[in-house]
Every structure is written in structure tokens, then in C-alpha cells.
Design a protein around this ligand. Structure first.
Ligand SMILES: Cc1cc2nc3c(=O)[nH]c(=O)nc-3n(C[C@H](O)[C@H](O)[C@H](O)COP(=O)(O)O)c2cc1C
Length: 456
């Protein structure tokens, strides 16, 4: 009977998720007809007698853990058979952006490989991301790129890859040729057992040698970024909203397929919903404006300071113009008088509107901006503003959201709240005109600036 090819699966881990992947690879190799043995990358690991090596490591700071690097150098120096490598990082490289990151990470890791050595393949898989073990700068990076804590191991992909490795013809030919096979020491005499993870746990080595000096500016940016991500951003995203309001579902989730919930902001207005609603339904650049920073979103035209009866009739599908030339507009996507209004904007990434009922373009932004009114005792209104947003390419969504949209939305929304409150609380639906931050130009058509869509 032909000898089974002997494959050593070895791994370096800090928290155990790479060990789990290695064990699964060894199982799949066995199913594919190999005699696979799974071992942590210990310094005294016996490498003799194997036809092939599958070696993996957790990635820390864009590098393999040292023990895996050592095993690889030893294996290559001893003229081992073919080697397959896998790296286990923070995210499962599924999307375009994460695949790009994984490619960069693999390139960095391969710089640790012995000169002249080429792995048969080098795969990058997601592992288990536990933010408690990740240093601050890493947490910041993951927050900015949208990586979430949790188990990202893609078992079907890992198993498929391992089976493919296990069925490669030259591996089996090597198995047939094997003669003197030095047994691998196992505690129970069975091939393929894995030592307990505890013995395989490894921690980052102490850094030695000269550290590169970081420019002060980079440290400052990092510090500012950390403060923003950890302290400021969580507050922006829930400005004025209670825990209950944050956690309870917001209407309109079905309007934008694949949309994620955006910031939830709230304000209490000392006027009943019947006094707030008319201001909302007359929004639009060609009508009452947006009651925010007129210079930024209303082309310098002052938002209305009275209720206009002629703009009170609104229907589903009506458009609230976002640009005076009509090239951008919010469409009324949900309407429940004095209760809920959802405006939807659907644009391709060149800023052209598309029909949300038809086929979406390849790259687009599709979002709702929702206003939920609740009547409170004492003729007051709780106004909750939130929505849903889908951006493609998906990999950009979190970055664009954190870097641009969230702060911009906060600036505009809080201003709108203040102005709406002032207007709705004014007697007889007429607010005192503000100090002139813009000029009155309703229905005028000033020249549009290059960009006006502040909300996605
Ligand atoms: C200190 C530290 C640094 C890390 N650096 C990276 C990194 O540079 N790139 C990456 O993709 N993941 C990084 N991670 C995430 C780990 O690679 C990931 O959580 C992996 O699943 C850990 O594998 P393990 O459970 O086998 O230790 C880091 C995790 C820690 C704790």
C-alpha cells in the first residue's frame, strides 16, 4: 500500500485562534489522505521525516511571531519539502479593502522569510480579534477601518484550502518515496493530536535594538486620533439621545437594502408635533432650506423663518431639492404626518442620481435621513433623527463615515436642531429672523458650489 504523505502543520499563536485554524487544517489534510501532525512552533520541534510543512502564525504588528519564523528558517535550512504558509490577522479578507490590507500584510510578513525561499502559497485568514489584547494604536486602526471584535475565522475557506493542499500530486508522490521517517513524539502515540494550546501560547518578544524615532507630528496625530475615536466620536454618534432611543429600532430600515444605521441624535422641542411637522415638510433648497448652516448647505440662502402654507402638501416620492439646479434631491421615502418623515438620496459616486427602484450602479451611496416625532406630555415634542446608509465599495464606508460624514453630520444636525427648536417654539409659526448668516433667496438659483450633499 502506498505510504501516506507526512505533513507537519505547525503554528505560532498568542491567544489560541491560530492553533484552532492549524488543527482544522490538519483534519482536512487527513481527510484528503495525508498523515498530518499538528504541533506548536516550539524551539525543539522535530522537523525530520515530513514530506511537507504547513506553517502559520498569528500576525502581530504586521509580522509573524518569532517562533514561526524560527521554524521556517530551520525547515528551509534542513532542505524540507514544499512549504505552505498561512497568516492569521484581525479581519477576514473578504471585501476589496480588506483584501488589499491582507495583501500588504502578506508582503510585510514575507520579508521575514529566508532569502530565496518561496512558499507554495501564502494565505491570510481572519482570526479572533479581542480588543482587550490589542494596543491602543491597533484599536484605533481597527475602529477607523471598521474591524469588529469577534471570531472572523472563515472555516469553509480554510478547509477548502487545506483539502486542496492535501490533494496536490507531488505531495503524494513524495509520500510514496518516503523511507526513513523519524517519528514525531506524541504523548499518546497517535498521529495528528494537538498539544494543549496553553503550551503553545507565545507572547511578543521584548523589543531590543535601536527603535526608530517617530516624528513628533505622527505622535500628535495619533494622540488626537485616539482622543477622537475613544472619547469624541461615541458622543457625536448619539448626541442628545438616550440609551433607549439608541437601542430601539428606527423606522425605515427596509428602505435602503444593505444599509447600516447612522448616528442617532435627539432634541426636545417645547412645542407639540403639530407645530414641528410643518417646518420639516417645507425643507428643500428651493423651498424653506434646511435650518442649518445656510452658507454650507443652502447655498447662502437664509432658511425660511415662517411656515409657508403652499409647501405643506407633501406626498411619497416628492423631491426636496438639495441643489438649486435640481441635480441632487432628497426623495420622500416614508411619510406619516406629524410622526415620521424619511428622505432618501441615491447617487452614484459621480454625484448623479439613480432610480433606487431600478438596478443600483456599481459604486453608489444610498441613504435615508429620518425624522421621528413623539408627542411628550406638556405639549412637547421629542425629535429623533437617524437613518440608514449603504456605500459601495463597502470597504470605504466606515472610513468615509468616520473621517467625513459623522463630524459633518453632527455640525449640521445640531445646528438644525437649534434652529428648528427656535422656529417651532416661536408663537404663531413665525420665528424671529436670525442674524443674517445668509441672504433670503428662496426659489432663487445661485451658482452651486462644487459639492453640497452633506449627508451620504
Ligand atoms: C498585540 C497585537 C498586535 C496585532 N497586530 C496585528 C496586525 O498587525 N495585523 C493584523 O491583521 N492583526 C493583528 N492583530 C490581531 C491578531 O492577529 C488576531 O487577533 C489573531 O487572531 C491572533 O491570533 P491568535 O489568537 O492565534 O493569537 C494583533 C493582535 C495583537 C494582540
Amino acid at each position: 500500500m502506498a505510504a501516506l504523505p507526512r505533513v507537519l502543520v505547525s503554528y505560532a499563536t498568542a491567544a489560541g485562534s491560530t492553533a484552532g485554524i492549524a488543527e482544522r487544517i490538519a483534519d482536512a489534510l487527513r481527510t484528503a489522505g495525508c498523515d498530518a501532525v499538528c504541533r506548536p512552533a516550539d524551539p525543539d520541534l522535530d522537523l525530520a521525516g515530513f514530506d511537507a510543512l504547513v506553517l502559520g502564525s498569528a500576525v502581530h504588528d504586521m509580522a509573524w511571531l518569532p517562533s514561526a519564523v524560527t521554524v521556517l528558517h530551520r525547515a528551509v535550512a534542513s532542505g524540507c519539502g514544499p512549504v505552505w504558509c498561512f497568516s492569521v490577522g484581525a479581519v477576514n479578507p473578504r471585501g476589496r479593502f480588506t483584501r488589499y490590507l491582507a495583501r500588504k500584510e502578506a508582503e510585510r510578513v514575507e520579508r521575514q522569510f529566508p532569502a530565496g525561499f518561496t512558499a507554495r502559497e501564502h494565505r491570510v485568514y481572519g482570526g479572533v480579534l479581542d480588543m482587550r489584547h490589542v494596543p491602543l494604536r491597533g484599536r484605533l486602526f481597527y475602529r477607523l477601518t471598521g474591524a469588529r471584535a469577534g471570531d472572523h475565522r472563515d472555516w469553509p475557506a480554510i478547509e477548502a484550502w487545506a483539502s486542496n493542499v492535501g490533494t496536490q500530486a507531488d505531495l503524494h508522490a513524495a509520500g510514496d518515496r518516503s523511507t526513513a521517517v523519524s517519528p514525531v513524539h506524541t504523548t499518546d502515540g497517535h498521529a495528528g493530536i494537538c498539544l494543549p494550546m496553553q503550551s503553545a501560547v507565545e507572547h511578543d518578544p521584548p523589543r531590543c535594538g535601536r527603535r526608530r524615532r517617530r516624528p513628533r507630528a505622527a505622535v500628535g496625530v495619533l494622540a488626537a486620533g485616539s482622543v477622537y475615536a475613544l472619547l469624541v466620536r461615541p458622543r457625536l454618534l448619539r448626541c442628545g439621545a438616550s440609551d433607549d432611543e439608541l437601542q430601539s429600532p428606527f423606522p425605515g430600515a427596509a428602505i435602503v437594502p444593505g444599509g447600516v444605521r447612522t448616528a442617532t441624535m435627539a432634541v426636545t422641542i417645547n412645542a407639540p408635533t403639530s407645530r414641528v411637522w410643518p417646518w420639516l415638510v417645507q425643507m428643500g433648497t428651493d423651498r424653506g432650506g434646511w435650518y442649518s448652516w445656510d452658507l454650507l448647505d443652502n447655498f447662502g440662502c437664509r432658511s425660511a423663518d415662517r411656515i409657508h402654507p403652499e409647501w405643506q402638501e407633501v406626498d411619497l416620492g416628492d423631491r426636496f431639492t438639495g441643489k438649486p439646479d435640481g441635480s441632487e434631491s432628497w426623495q420622500v421615502a416614508a411619510l406619516e404626518p406629524e410622526r415620521f418623515l424619511a428622505l432618501r438620496m441615491s447617487l452614484d459616486l459621480r454625484g448623479r442620481q439613480f432610480d433606487p427602484a431600478g438596478r443600483r450602479p456599481r459604486r453608489y451611496t444610498d441613504s435615508t435621513w429620518g425624522f421621528l416625532l413623539t408627542e411628550l406630555p406638556g405639549r412637547r415634542t421629542r425629535l429623533l433623527v437617524s437613518g440608514y446608509w449603504a456605500l459601495r465599495p463597502r470597504g470605504l464606508q466606515h472610513l468615509v463615515s468616520v473621517a467625513v460624514l459623522e463630524p459633518a453630520h453632527w455640525v449640521m444636525q445640531t445646528r438644525q436642531f437649534a434652529n428648528l427648536k427656535r422656529r417651532a417654539q416661536a408663537p404663531a409659526g413665525r420665528a424671529e429672523p436670525e442674524a443674517p448668516a445668509g441672504h433670503a433667496c428662496i426659489a432663487a438659483t445661485p451658482r452651486p458650489p462644487r459639492s453640497a450633499g452633506r449627508r451620504a
